[in-house]
Ligand binder design. Structure first.
Ligand SMILES: [Zn+2]
Length: 255
């Protein structure tokens, strides 16, 4: 299966795009770059979106995406997330004030978007994939996403500070093929990272030690903030971990 990086940053500039990955052609994880990363025709192929958080760097282009596919699809696009994230988006984005309520247009029975809430820890399926959301440590609701398919498992950490839940979950798996893990700030901003529920290269190194045995698969750091990206990248390189790479938008990984 191909994972296409449409956006892998915790912010936006002409050179950086907010978080968004495409699994195959029909499933997106987060929607930070769903429109700027895909052609209009490619957007029409997206049937399901799994959101890790309601924060803008994860949902920024969900509204524009709904507008682009509105009236052009036979079935609604299903947005999978926690109840808290669904509630936040319905209240603050799809409220007919900030943006049309695409969960009820063109009609309530045949809307553009359909939210499906999932409890963390409870498995659900999208096609042949088995998916589990894992609760993170973050000031607002945020989850990691575990995707299990015929070739093995892939994990997207979502936004989190130091945690145990994801590592406990991953330690039960025998077939992890790739781990995408957030690393938002450089260590010089450790205090902010701790308050905001994010990782730095220093805390990421501690977190990865919770994996037993150590990861044999590629580990892709993502969600770096654009203004401090070079400082964070330098620190990540200094960790000298063979499996650790920096996710880059435009890249396609085969898992
Ligand atoms: Zn974020």
């Amino acid at each position: 299966m191909k994972i296409r990086v449409l956006g892998c940053h915790g912010g936006v500039s002409p050179d950086h795009r907010a978080t968004c990955f495409l699994w195959g052609e029909r499933l997106a994880i987060d929607a930070g770059a769903l429109c700027t990363g895909l052609t209009l025709d490619e957007q029409l192929n997206v049937d399901d979106i799994v959101l890790t958080s309601s924060r803008l760097d994860h949902v920024a282009e969900l509204g524009a995406f709904a507008d682009n596919v509105f009236g052009r699809r036979k079935a609604p696009v299903t947005v999978h997330c926690t109840q808290a994230t669904a509630d936040a988006l319905k209240k603050s984005l799809f409220n007919n004030s900030v943006w049309p309520d695409f969960t009820s247009v063109p009609s309530a029975s045949q809307p553009t978007l359909k939210f499906k809430a999932h409890a963390p820890g409870k498995k659900f399926n999208i096609g042949e994939l088995e998916i589990t959301l894992v609760q993170n440590k973050h000031p607002v609701d945020s989850v990691g996403v575990m995707l299990g398919g015929p070739q093995g498992h892939v994990c997207f950490s979502g936004d989190t500070g130091p945690t145990q839940a994801i590592w406990d979950h991953l330690n039960k798996l025998k077939d992890l093929r790739a781990l995408f893990v957030e690393c938002t700030y450089p260590t010089s901003m450790q205090r902010l990272a701790d308050v905001a529920g994010h990782l730095t290269p220093t805390t990421l190194a501690v977190e990865l030690k919770k994996l037993a045995p150590p990861p044999a698969c590629p580990v892709f750091a993502y969600h770096l903030k654009p203004p401090t990206l070079s400082e964070t990248r330098k620190e990540l390189r200094a960790l000298r971990m063979r499996e650790l790479h920096l996710a880059r938008h435009g890249d396609i990984y085969e898992v």
